[in-house]
Design a protein around this ligand. Structure first.
Ligand SMILES: Cc1cc2nc3c(=O)[nH]c(=O)nc-3n(C[C@H](O)[C@H](O)[C@H](O)COP(=O)(O)O)c2cc1C
Length: 222
């Protein structure tokens, strides 16, 4: 019995020390796990901040250095051709007004009193929706704005466009294409509906308007 008591004490001592050691090591393990978690969290936060920071390129204005813009609407490509020539001569940016609901051949049938264009042109209050992306005119000082003549006037979608924009401080130069009609009162209509901008008298061109003809007109404006 005398021999058993010191043996029991030794066993109890060893068990106590072992328990203490394992508690310490689990504590250390917890600490290192939580340090790793903190590191991961910090890294995550950094990544989030980087994600949220606006990319430098996105904050830059998308327009080029030039402050001239050519805007046009064209249902069958004639006005587009003239617009592109004007843009090449003036080194301008180009913006195309597209209808949300594209004009079909049937829509453009001026012999049909019920066609979409006949109905639209017969009602000056119609405002067809625009499908092309919005554009900011900020930064432009000269804008050429082109369209075909429909029933002697500007297509109603041109009114939709000018009413949606501010032309403050901008010189606006209308141009149009047609089979034979002149620009008529279309430029004045657009200026009235826009309600802002310095609108010059516009010019009508035929489908075959040459580079020289357009250059001569542009030079006369200056
Ligand atoms: C519905 C409609 C009405 C038109 N009205 C006229 C007109 O009144 N006078 C005219 O000379 N040409 C008229 N045209 C012909 C266009 O003005 C001409 O073809 C124009 O150059 C088309 O331009 P775009 O190809 O850019 O759409 C009309 C064409 C359409 C589709």
């Amino acid at each position: 019995m005398k021999k058993i008591i010191p043996l029991l004490i030794s066993v109890l001592l060893v068990m106590g020390l072992t328990a203490c050691g394992s508690a310490k090591s689990s504590d250390t393990a917890e600490k290192s796990v939580s340090a790793e978690a903190n590191d991961a969290k910090a890294q995550n936060e950094n990544e989030k901040t980087a994600e949220n920071a606006p990319a430098e390129a996105e904050t830059e204005p998308s327009q080029a250095d030039n402050d001239v813009l050519v805007i046009y609407f064209s249902a069958t490509g004639t006005t587009r051709g003239v617009a592109e020539k004007i843009a090449a001569i003036t080194d301008a940016d180009v913006y195309e007004i597209k209808a949300e609901q594209e004009y079909t051949t049937d829509d453009l049938n001026y012999n049909d009193p019920q066609s979409r264009t006949t109905l639209e042109q017969n009602d000056p209050s119609v405002r067809p929706k625009i499908g092309s992306e919005d554009i900011s005119l900020a930064g432009y000082s000269v804008i050429y704005i082109g369209y075909p003549i429909w029933w002697g006037e500007e297509p109603r979608i041109m009114d939709t466009f000018v009413e949606s924009q501010s032309f403050d401080g901008i010189t606006v130069i209308p141009f149009c294409t047609s089979s034979s009609s002149g620009i008529g009162r279309s430029g004045k209509n657009l200026a009235d509906n826009a309600g802002s901008g310095n609108w010059l008298n516009g010019q009508r061109f035929g489908a075959g308007a040459s580079q020289e003809e357009l250059e001569a007109w542009i030079n006369e404006l200056q």
